[in-house]
Design a protein around this ligand. Structure first.
Ligand SMILES: NC(=O)c1ccc[n+]([C@@H]2O[C@H](COP(=O)([O-])OP(=O)(O)OC[C@H]3O[C@@H](n4cnc5c(N)ncnc54)[C@H](OP(=O)(O)O)[C@@H]3O)[C@@H](O)[C@H]2O)c1
Length: 253
């Protein structure tokens, strides 16, 4: 595993950046400003790496919102039903085609696949304004060794940053079950909160707009170091309102 600078989480800084004004001014000063400003609702090309249960459900939400979506698989011919149900803005491709297509990448694979994806596509992924890391290290699926390695890196956020050096990462949707996504999106009453963690202000601003667009309330809980709480089995897992997420996060300090 390659060495990677560690990130310090400064809660005040991220809470500050979460406000629209600061995010917008940060966006204006950076190379991906146009994407961050588009987060308010303009269609963006979205590609999924991983189009299984969670990747398929999430990509479908973005496609139904009008974003052009490319679902990818190592066997894209098997995605016909998914593409048909996601609607006219959806298509299928290889992982390579998806990486080339997407302005925003949803990384939704078993965690064991992330290292090879980084080796094969790391440079291209680092050039994207946003990679939403939905992937989790799960011992029963991925094995104890990778779960231990991830813990040694400081958790899934910092670990993915090592595997995808330079990528503009935001963790999100990590512990909301795929089967709940369609009914949670745009639910009536208070929206379902999505805890997110990231270190890059523009990527955070872009993710915030996209997640709001599909009918959830993103809540920035901190930098990638907080990504260790955005996995199944922590107090943040499951469905909570934004207020509940903030309450839980305050109890994590
Ligand atoms: N299921 C949930 O409710 C849920 C909720 C939140 C987060 N997650 C996380 O999301 C990730 C995916 O879970 P899932 O339940 O959606 O799994 P899944 O249904 O088994 O789908 C896995 C997907 O990953 C792709 N994939 C596997 N290895 C790959 C590789 N080396 N390169 C490219 N693509 C590869 C597979 O594509 P191929 O067609 O090429 O095999 C498949 O589309 C996991 O990390 C999981 O912890 C899942």
């Amino acid at each position: 595993m390659m060495k990677h600078p560690s990130f310090e989480f400064d809660r005040r800084r991220f809470l500050g950046l979460a406000t629209a004004g600061v995010a917008a001014s940060a966006a204006a000063a950076a190379p991906f400003a146009a994407f961050a400003q588009a987060a308010g609702g303009a269609p963006l090309k979205i590609a999924t790496i991983g189009s299984g249960r969670e990747g398929g459900a999430l990509g479908t939400l973005f496609a139904k919102q009008g974003h052009p979506v490319m679902f990818s698989s190592r066997h894209p011919e098997q995605l016909k039903d998914l593409v048909a149900s996601a609607g006219p803005t959806a298509q299928a491709g290889t992982v390579e085609q998806a990486v080339a297509f997407g302005d925003v990448i949803l990384l939704v694979v078993p965690y064991t696949a992330v290292e090879q994806i980084g080796k094969d596509y790391g440079e291209a992924l680092a050039a994207k304004p946003l990679v939403i890391d939905v992937s989790n290290p799960i011992a029963r699926r991925d094995g104890d060794a990778i779960v231990s390695w991830v813990a040694e890196q400081g958790g899934a956020g910092l670990a993915t940053a090592k595997l995808l050096p330079g990528a503009h990462l935001v963790r999100g949707f990590n512990a909301i079950n795929f089967a709940r996504l369609p009914e949670d999106a745009h639910r009536s009453g208070e929206p379902v909160g999505v805890p997110i963690a990231g270190d890059d202000p523009n990527a955070i601003a872009l993710a915030t707009g996209l997640i709001k667009g599909i009918g959830f309330e993103p809540v920035l809980v901190g930098g990638l170091a907080m990504g260790k709480y955005l996995v199944p089995g922590t107090p943040l897992a499951g469905e909570h309102t934004a207020a509940e997420i903030r309450q839980i996060v305050s109890s994590l300090k």
